[in-house]
Design a binder for this molecule. Sequence first.
Ligand code: NAD
Length: 306
Amino acid sequence: MTAQVIDGRACARQLKEQLVGEVAAARADGVGIGLATLAVGEEYSAGAYQRRLRRLADELGVPYLHRALPATASEAEVLAEVELLDADPAVSGILVLRPLPPGIDEARVFRAIDPLKDVECVHPENAGLLALGVPRFVPSTAASVFHLLDTWLDSVGEDRAAFYHRANIVVVGRSNNVGKPAISLGYERQATVQSVDEWADRTTGIGRHTRWADVLVVAAGKAGLIKAEHVSEGAVVIDVGINPRTAPDGTVHMVGDVDADSVAPRVRAITPVPGGVGPVTDVWLLRTTVRAARLAAEARTPVEVP
Ligand code: NAD
Protein backbone atom coordinates (compact mmCIF):
# COMPACT_ATOMS: atom_id res chain seq x y z
CA MET A 1 0.00 0.00 0.00
CA THR A 2 1.31 3.46 -0.85
CA ALA A 3 -0.14 6.11 1.42
CA GLN A 4 -1.83 9.16 -0.01
CA VAL A 5 -0.16 12.29 1.24
CA ILE A 6 -2.71 14.69 2.72
CA ASP A 7 -1.50 18.04 1.47
CA GLY A 8 -1.81 20.60 4.28
CA ARG A 9 -0.46 23.44 2.15
CA ALA A 10 -3.15 22.97 -0.50
CA CYS A 11 -5.81 22.75 2.21
CA ALA A 12 -4.46 25.93 3.84
CA ARG A 13 -4.53 27.77 0.49
CA GLN A 14 -8.21 26.91 0.06
CA LEU A 15 -9.05 28.05 3.59
CA LYS A 16 -7.11 31.25 3.01
CA GLU A 17 -9.09 32.02 -0.16
CA GLN A 18 -12.32 31.69 1.84
CA LEU A 19 -10.85 33.87 4.56
CA VAL A 20 -10.05 36.69 2.12
CA GLY A 21 -13.81 36.90 1.49
CA GLU A 22 -14.62 36.80 5.21
CA VAL A 23 -12.15 39.60 5.96
CA ALA A 24 -13.60 41.76 3.15
CA ALA A 25 -17.17 41.10 4.34
CA ALA A 26 -16.26 42.00 7.94
CA ARG A 27 -14.63 45.24 6.75
CA ALA A 28 -17.70 46.12 4.69
CA ASP A 29 -19.81 45.62 7.82
CA GLY A 30 -17.51 47.90 9.83
CA VAL A 31 -16.20 45.04 12.00
CA GLY A 32 -12.66 45.74 13.30
CA ILE A 33 -10.29 42.76 13.19
CA GLY A 34 -6.90 42.58 14.91
CA LEU A 35 -4.66 39.75 16.09
CA ALA A 36 -2.24 40.16 19.00
CA THR A 37 0.42 37.67 20.08
CA LEU A 38 2.28 37.81 23.37
CA ALA A 39 5.61 36.04 23.87
CA VAL A 40 7.55 35.79 27.11
CA GLY A 41 11.17 34.84 26.52
CA GLU A 42 12.60 33.48 23.30
CA GLU A 43 11.74 29.99 22.21
CA TYR A 44 12.59 28.74 18.72
CA SER A 45 9.22 27.17 17.76
CA ALA A 46 7.16 30.00 19.27
CA GLY A 47 9.28 32.56 17.39
CA ALA A 48 8.83 30.71 14.10
CA TYR A 49 5.06 30.47 14.68
CA GLN A 50 4.83 34.17 15.48
CA ARG A 51 6.69 35.14 12.28
CA ARG A 52 4.40 32.93 10.17
CA LEU A 53 1.33 34.52 11.75
CA ARG A 54 2.66 38.02 11.07
CA ARG A 55 3.27 37.14 7.40
CA LEU A 56 -0.18 35.64 7.03
CA ALA A 57 -1.91 38.56 8.78
CA ASP A 58 -0.05 40.96 6.46
CA GLU A 59 -1.14 38.99 3.40
CA LEU A 60 -4.75 39.08 4.56
CA GLY A 61 -4.59 42.73 5.55
CA VAL A 62 -5.39 41.92 9.19
CA PRO A 63 -3.73 44.32 11.66
CA TYR A 64 -1.20 42.42 13.75
CA LEU A 65 0.44 43.37 17.02
CA HIS A 66 3.24 41.42 18.69
CA ARG A 67 4.25 42.06 22.29
CA ALA A 68 7.48 40.50 23.53
CA LEU A 69 8.47 40.38 27.18
CA PRO A 70 11.86 39.13 28.41
CA ALA A 71 12.12 35.67 30.00
CA THR A 72 12.77 37.47 33.30
CA ALA A 73 9.31 39.15 33.27
CA SER A 74 7.27 38.56 36.40
CA GLU A 75 3.82 37.00 36.35
CA ALA A 76 2.34 40.39 37.33
CA GLU A 77 3.98 41.97 34.26
CA VAL A 78 2.60 39.26 31.99
CA LEU A 79 -0.90 39.64 33.47
CA ALA A 80 -0.70 43.43 33.04
CA GLU A 81 0.18 42.95 29.36
CA VAL A 82 -2.79 40.62 28.86
CA GLU A 83 -5.07 43.19 30.51
CA LEU A 84 -3.84 45.86 28.10
CA LEU A 85 -4.66 43.61 25.13
CA ASP A 86 -8.07 42.76 26.64
CA ALA A 87 -8.86 46.46 26.83
CA ASP A 88 -7.54 47.32 23.35
CA PRO A 89 -10.53 47.76 20.99
CA ALA A 90 -8.24 47.19 17.97
CA VAL A 91 -7.52 43.62 19.14
CA SER A 92 -10.14 40.95 18.44
CA GLY A 93 -7.95 37.90 19.08
CA ILE A 94 -5.21 37.23 21.64
CA LEU A 95 -2.72 34.39 21.47
CA VAL A 96 -0.30 33.85 24.35
CA LEU A 97 2.57 31.86 22.88
CA ARG A 98 3.69 28.76 24.75
CA PRO A 99 5.81 27.77 26.49
CA LEU A 100 5.83 30.42 29.21
CA PRO A 101 8.97 30.51 31.35
CA PRO A 102 9.01 28.45 34.55
CA GLY A 103 7.61 30.43 37.46
CA ILE A 104 4.72 31.85 35.44
CA ASP A 105 1.41 30.17 36.10
CA GLU A 106 0.11 29.44 32.60
CA ALA A 107 -3.43 28.72 33.81
CA ARG A 108 -3.61 32.09 35.60
CA VAL A 109 -2.43 33.91 32.47
CA PHE A 110 -4.99 32.07 30.33
CA ARG A 111 -7.77 32.95 32.79
CA ALA A 112 -6.87 36.63 32.37
CA ILE A 113 -7.67 36.59 28.62
CA ASP A 114 -11.06 38.07 27.72
CA PRO A 115 -13.05 34.93 26.73
CA LEU A 116 -14.42 36.75 23.67
CA LYS A 117 -10.83 37.35 22.44
CA ASP A 118 -9.55 33.90 23.41
CA VAL A 119 -9.01 32.59 19.88
CA GLU A 120 -6.91 29.62 20.99
CA CYS A 121 -9.67 28.51 23.40
CA VAL A 122 -7.44 28.35 26.49
CA HIS A 123 -9.74 30.21 28.92
CA PRO A 124 -11.66 27.70 31.07
CA GLU A 125 -14.99 29.11 29.83
CA ASN A 126 -14.09 28.33 26.21
CA ALA A 127 -12.41 25.01 27.03
CA GLY A 128 -15.57 24.05 28.96
CA LEU A 129 -17.86 25.00 26.09
CA LEU A 130 -15.74 22.87 23.76
CA ALA A 131 -15.82 19.90 26.14
CA LEU A 132 -19.62 20.24 26.37
CA GLY A 133 -19.88 20.10 22.58
CA VAL A 134 -21.04 23.72 22.20
CA PRO A 135 -17.79 25.46 21.24
CA ARG A 136 -17.49 29.22 20.96
CA PHE A 137 -14.04 28.84 19.37
CA VAL A 138 -12.18 25.71 18.31
CA PRO A 139 -8.44 25.58 19.06
CA SER A 140 -6.48 25.83 15.83
CA THR A 141 -4.43 22.65 15.90
CA ALA A 142 -7.23 20.25 16.81
CA ALA A 143 -9.54 22.04 14.37
CA SER A 144 -6.92 21.61 11.65
CA VAL A 145 -6.57 17.89 12.34
CA PHE A 146 -10.28 17.40 11.68
CA HIS A 147 -10.43 19.90 8.84
CA LEU A 148 -7.70 17.89 7.08
CA LEU A 149 -9.54 14.64 7.75
CA ASP A 150 -12.89 16.05 6.56
CA THR A 151 -11.29 17.47 3.41
CA TRP A 152 -9.49 14.21 2.68
CA LEU A 153 -12.72 12.19 3.18
CA ASP A 154 -14.49 14.50 0.72
CA SER A 155 -11.65 14.08 -1.78
CA VAL A 156 -11.90 10.28 -1.72
CA GLY A 157 -15.70 10.38 -1.86
CA GLU A 158 -16.31 8.87 1.59
CA ASP A 159 -19.33 9.98 3.57
CA ARG A 160 -18.01 11.81 6.64
CA ALA A 161 -20.69 10.63 9.07
CA ALA A 162 -20.49 6.99 7.93
CA PHE A 163 -16.71 7.05 8.27
CA TYR A 164 -16.56 8.67 11.71
CA HIS A 165 -19.39 6.63 13.22
CA ARG A 166 -17.44 3.44 12.45
CA ALA A 167 -13.99 4.84 13.21
CA ASN A 168 -11.71 4.14 16.13
CA ILE A 169 -9.77 7.34 16.64
CA VAL A 170 -6.67 7.10 18.83
CA VAL A 171 -5.10 10.34 20.02
CA VAL A 172 -1.51 10.09 21.30
CA GLY A 173 -0.74 12.94 23.71
CA ARG A 174 -3.22 14.57 26.09
CA SER A 175 -2.19 18.20 26.36
CA ASN A 176 -4.83 20.84 27.04
CA ASN A 177 -4.02 22.64 23.81
CA VAL A 178 -3.87 19.76 21.31
CA GLY A 179 -4.68 16.25 22.58
CA LYS A 180 -7.74 17.03 24.73
CA PRO A 181 -9.46 19.31 22.17
CA ALA A 182 -8.82 16.67 19.48
CA ILE A 183 -10.54 14.10 21.73
CA SER A 184 -13.55 16.45 22.10
CA LEU A 185 -13.77 16.96 18.34
CA GLY A 186 -13.66 13.19 17.82
CA TYR A 187 -16.58 12.81 20.25
CA GLU A 188 -18.45 15.55 18.42
CA ARG A 189 -18.22 13.49 15.25
CA GLN A 190 -19.65 10.50 17.15
CA ALA A 191 -16.48 8.46 16.68
CA THR A 192 -15.07 6.00 19.23
CA VAL A 193 -12.11 7.78 20.74
CA GLN A 194 -9.18 6.55 22.81
CA SER A 195 -6.57 8.73 24.46
CA VAL A 196 -3.02 7.41 24.96
CA ASP A 197 -0.36 9.12 27.00
CA GLU A 198 3.20 8.46 28.04
CA TRP A 199 2.25 6.26 31.00
CA ALA A 200 0.95 3.67 28.55
CA ASP A 201 4.19 4.04 26.61
CA ARG A 202 6.26 3.46 29.79
CA THR A 203 4.28 0.41 30.88
CA THR A 204 2.57 -1.68 28.22
CA GLY A 205 3.86 0.31 25.25
CA ILE A 206 1.59 2.37 23.03
CA GLY A 207 1.43 -0.12 20.15
CA ARG A 208 -1.41 -2.20 21.62
CA HIS A 209 -3.54 0.98 21.64
CA THR A 210 -2.35 2.68 18.48
CA ARG A 211 -2.72 -0.47 16.36
CA TRP A 212 -6.44 -0.28 17.14
CA ALA A 213 -6.72 3.04 15.30
CA ASP A 214 -8.50 3.64 12.02
CA VAL A 215 -7.41 7.24 12.54
CA LEU A 216 -4.22 7.87 14.49
CA VAL A 217 -3.62 11.44 15.66
CA VAL A 218 -0.14 11.89 17.11
CA ALA A 219 0.66 14.93 19.26
CA ALA A 220 3.36 13.87 21.71
CA GLY A 221 6.28 16.09 20.71
CA LYS A 222 8.59 13.04 20.39
CA ALA A 223 10.39 12.78 17.06
CA GLY A 224 9.83 9.44 15.33
CA LEU A 225 7.75 7.99 18.20
CA ILE A 226 5.38 6.14 15.87
CA LYS A 227 6.93 3.45 13.71
CA ALA A 228 5.51 0.84 11.34
CA GLU A 229 4.83 -1.65 14.17
CA HIS A 230 2.56 0.91 15.90
CA VAL A 231 0.03 1.27 13.07
CA SER A 232 -2.51 -1.03 11.50
CA GLU A 233 -2.65 -1.61 7.77
CA GLY A 234 -4.87 0.98 6.08
CA ALA A 235 -5.02 3.49 8.94
CA VAL A 236 -5.12 7.26 8.37
CA VAL A 237 -2.31 9.02 10.24
CA ILE A 238 -2.29 12.68 11.23
CA ASP A 239 1.11 13.79 12.51
CA VAL A 240 0.83 16.92 14.64
CA GLY A 241 4.38 16.80 16.00
CA ILE A 242 6.86 19.51 15.09
CA ASN A 243 10.30 18.77 16.48
CA PRO A 244 13.31 20.90 15.57
CA ARG A 245 16.35 18.92 14.40
CA THR A 246 19.75 20.52 13.96
CA ALA A 247 21.77 19.13 11.07
CA PRO A 248 25.57 18.78 11.35
CA ASP A 249 25.92 22.00 9.29
CA GLY A 250 23.90 23.87 11.92
CA THR A 251 20.70 24.26 9.89
CA VAL A 252 17.46 23.53 11.72
CA HIS A 253 14.63 21.56 10.13
CA MET A 254 11.39 20.12 11.46
CA VAL A 255 10.48 16.48 11.85
CA GLY A 256 7.21 14.93 13.00
CA ASP A 257 6.29 12.43 15.72
CA VAL A 258 5.78 9.77 13.04
CA ASP A 259 8.62 7.95 11.32
CA ALA A 260 7.01 8.51 7.92
CA ASP A 261 9.51 6.33 6.00
CA SER A 262 8.49 3.19 7.86
CA VAL A 263 4.81 4.08 8.45
CA ALA A 264 3.76 5.35 5.00
CA PRO A 265 3.99 1.97 3.21
CA ARG A 266 1.46 0.46 5.68
CA VAL A 267 -1.21 3.17 5.85
CA ARG A 268 -3.92 4.59 3.62
CA ALA A 269 -3.13 8.28 4.11
CA ILE A 270 -0.68 10.38 6.09
CA THR A 271 0.11 14.05 6.69
CA PRO A 272 3.70 15.16 6.08
CA VAL A 273 5.88 17.28 8.38
CA PRO A 274 6.38 20.00 7.36
CA GLY A 275 3.41 20.75 5.13
CA GLY A 276 0.65 18.90 6.99
CA VAL A 277 -1.19 20.20 10.06
CA GLY A 278 1.03 23.29 10.54
CA PRO A 279 -0.05 25.44 7.57
CA VAL A 280 -3.74 24.81 8.28
CA THR A 281 -3.28 25.75 11.95
CA ASP A 282 -1.91 29.18 11.00
CA VAL A 283 -4.87 30.02 8.76
CA TRP A 284 -7.33 28.63 11.28
CA LEU A 285 -6.12 31.03 13.95
CA LEU A 286 -6.68 34.01 11.64
CA ARG A 287 -10.10 32.61 10.72
CA THR A 288 -11.05 32.41 14.40
CA THR A 289 -9.76 35.97 14.90
CA VAL A 290 -12.19 37.19 12.21
CA ARG A 291 -15.03 35.26 13.84
CA ALA A 292 -14.12 36.66 17.26
CA ALA A 293 -14.31 40.17 15.81
CA ARG A 294 -17.81 39.44 14.57
CA LEU A 295 -18.87 38.06 17.97
CA ALA A 296 -17.47 41.13 19.73
CA ALA A 297 -19.29 43.44 17.31
CA GLU A 298 -22.56 41.58 17.96
CA ALA A 299 -21.99 41.77 21.73
CA ARG A 300 -21.53 45.56 21.43
CA THR A 301 -24.69 46.04 19.35
CA PRO A 302 -27.37 47.35 21.69
CA VAL A 303 -30.46 45.19 21.89
CA GLU A 304 -33.42 47.19 20.61
CA VAL A 305 -36.34 47.22 22.99
CA PRO A 306 -39.60 47.48 21.04
P1 NAD B 1 2.85 18.98 25.18
O1 NAD B 1 4.27 18.73 25.56
O2 NAD B 1 2.08 20.04 25.88
O3 NAD B 1 2.03 17.62 25.34
C1 NAD B 1 2.53 16.40 24.84
C2 NAD B 1 1.63 15.26 25.29
O4 NAD B 1 2.18 14.05 24.80
C3 NAD B 1 1.55 15.14 26.81
O5 NAD B 1 0.24 14.75 27.17
C4 NAD B 1 2.58 14.02 27.11
O6 NAD B 1 2.30 13.36 28.31
C5 NAD B 1 2.36 13.14 25.87
N1 NAD B 1 3.51 12.27 25.58
C6 NAD B 1 4.82 12.57 25.70
N2 NAD B 1 5.58 11.50 25.39
C7 NAD B 1 4.73 10.50 25.06
C8 NAD B 1 4.90 9.15 24.66
N3 NAD B 1 6.11 8.61 24.55
N4 NAD B 1 3.80 8.40 24.40
C9 NAD B 1 2.56 8.96 24.54
N5 NAD B 1 2.33 10.22 24.91
C10 NAD B 1 3.40 11.00 25.18
O7 NAD B 1 2.88 19.23 23.62
P2 NAD B 1 1.72 19.84 22.67
O8 NAD B 1 1.65 21.29 22.83
O9 NAD B 1 0.48 19.03 22.84
O10 NAD B 1 2.35 19.54 21.25
C11 NAD B 1 2.62 18.22 20.83
C12 NAD B 1 3.43 18.28 19.54
O11 NAD B 1 2.66 18.96 18.55
C13 NAD B 1 4.73 19.09 19.65
O12 NAD B 1 5.69 18.51 18.79
C14 NAD B 1 4.36 20.46 19.12
O13 NAD B 1 5.45 21.16 18.58
C15 NAD B 1 3.37 20.08 18.05
N6 NAD B 1 2.39 21.11 17.73
C16 NAD B 1 2.13 21.28 16.42
C17 NAD B 1 1.19 22.19 16.01
C18 NAD B 1 0.88 22.32 14.56
O14 NAD B 1 0.25 23.26 14.15
N7 NAD B 1 1.25 21.34 13.73
C19 NAD B 1 0.55 23.00 16.96
C20 NAD B 1 0.81 22.79 18.32
C21 NAD B 1 1.73 21.82 18.69
